[in-house]
Design a protein around this ligand. Structure first.
Ligand code: CAA
Length: 292
């Protein structure tokens, strides 16, 4: 089945990015949100990002032409004709299952369902539908318009035809797809999360200051961001949530949240999005490391 029309669930940071790259690749896109204001916020981010690409001359057509292929909706029925549905709503299994169960009877039978989850089991989501063989994970990375990777996640029930279609779709989006199976964290978070948590433990144990650990990994290993800058970028609440899912799956200390991460999350210091995390972003041009 040829994929022409992409449905995206959620217009937050990830959903809007997925919608944008889909439209940039020439697909028609419908984005579902619960309220119009979330669509407005997401589309305003998309327009800014398209303008940046246009300014750099890396967009093949006018931003308005890309934007014209995208529409937002708050009605489930508007996704009925989509060929693939990519879900990027809140990381909560019950909410995701509810959403899939509601859409399964509406969206055409041949359509593929894909989740952008970073850690929840795809297998647990697919059982909310009557199309487990047409269910995959498509895990994108933040910021979606810039990050080249997509993890294509196969469950024990995914059919070969659906898996290959999802893999090819990833390529058509201009991404480099990698094949992985439905083990919590897939490839990237399985390796990234213990590294980030170890950086926090190293700081707790007095190995180095926050900027020194960041600089060490940036300048010593060539990483684009140090671990604390990346933690603040991903969101401490998101990371904290992932640690729970991963620890619950593997029961290994390397996936367990260090006390400081928990304290920051409890304080509501989620990183860049809340203005404070391991750094204070009161002056976003010059973030100051926190003293804990
Ligand atoms: N759309 C279009 N252009 C954008 C953009 C966007 N959304 N965001 C940034 N840009 C542009 C900037 O305008 C800038 O353009 P110029 O070069 O013309 O100035 C360019 O991209 C580079 O941006 P910056 O100068 O701001 O910063 P940078 O050089 O450090 O690059 C970055 C930014 C690509 C994010 C880089 O820092 C990076 O790769 N960081 C690591 C990100 C990462 O690891 N992400 C994965 C997180 S894990 C995850 O997402 C999954 C999970 O499950 C938790």
């Amino acid at each position: 089945m040829e994929i022409r029309h992409v449905g995206v669930l959620g217009c937050g940071l990830m959903g809007s990015g997925i919608a944008q790259v889909s439209a940039m690749a020439g697909f028609d896109v419908t984005v579902l949100e619960v309220e119009q204001r979330f669509l407005d916020k997401g589309f305003s981010g998309i327009e800014k990002s398209l303008a940046k690409f246009a300014e750099k001359g890396t967009l093949k057509e006018k931003p308005e032409a890309v934007r014209a292929r995208m529409k937002g909706t708050t009605r489930n029925q508007d996704l009925a004709g989509c060929d693939i549905i990519i879900e990027a709503i809140i990381e909560n299994l019950a909410d995701k299952r509810k959403m899939y169960a509601a859409l399964d009877p509406i969206v055409k039978k041949e359509a593929i369902f894909a989740s952008n989850t970073s850690s929840i089991s795809v297998t647990e989501m697919m059982t909310a539908t009557k199309r487990p063989e047409r269910f995959v994970g498509l895990h994108f990375f933040n910021p979606v318009p810039l990050m080249k990777l997509v993890e294509v996640v196969r469950t024990i029930a995914t059919s070969d035809e659906v898996y290959e279609s999802a893999y090819e779709f990833g390529k058509k989006l201009g991404k480099v797809p990698v094949r992985t199976s439905d083990k919590t964290g897939f490839i990237v978070n399985r390796l990234l999360v213990p590294y980030l948590l170890d950086a926090i433990r190293a700081y707790e144990e007095g190995v180095g200051s926050i900027p020194d650990i960041d600089n060490a990994m940036k300048l010593g290993c060539g990483y684009p961001m140090g671990p604390f800058t990346l933690l603040d970028f991903v969101g401490l609440d998101t990371t904290y949530y992932i640690t729970h899912v991963m620890y619950d799956e593997f029961k290994e200390r390397r996936f367990a949240s260090p006390p400081l991460l928990k304290r920051l999350v409890m304080a509501g210091w989620y990183g860049r999005k809340s203005g404070r995390g391991f750094y204070d972003y009161a002056d976003p041009g010059n973030p100051v490391p926190g003293k804990f």
